[in-house]
Design a protein around this ligand. Sequence first.
Ligand SMILES: [Fe+2]
Ligand SMILES: [Fe+2]
Length: 135
Amino acid sequence: MPIMEWSSDLDVGVERMNDEHKDILDLMNRISDAAENGQSGPPVIALVDQLAQVTIDHFHDEEAFMASINYEGLTTHKLIHQDLLKKYGEFADLIRADNGQLPHKFLMFLKLWLTAHIKGIDMKYSPKTPLRLAG
Ligand SMILES: [Fe+2]
Ligand SMILES: [Fe+2]
């Protein structure tokens, strides 16, 4: 079962950001499928590394976009991205050390990231959000 399907409540109103979020979502769902099918080993580690890279690239693009619109919550948003990457790195180290076994709490972390970060934090820079709330 996928972690989450794309839906309009993930729409931040910026096409490039939506496309990148869809790529992240797709990789998360592939990782979730791998966990459900009991997969482990190098193919799973490769997926975890791929999601790390796609996420690093996305955060870079998203921060550049926020800077381009002089978004006032940029500094806080960057710190939240750094924190997410740090947590992700810790999980990735664990998964690597455990030969690609995916812990349930990693899947919970991915789901929370989607719901809390995209819907709660990213949505604040959306042109759909009145006043583009800071922070
Ligand atoms: Fe973000
Ligand atoms: Fe984002």
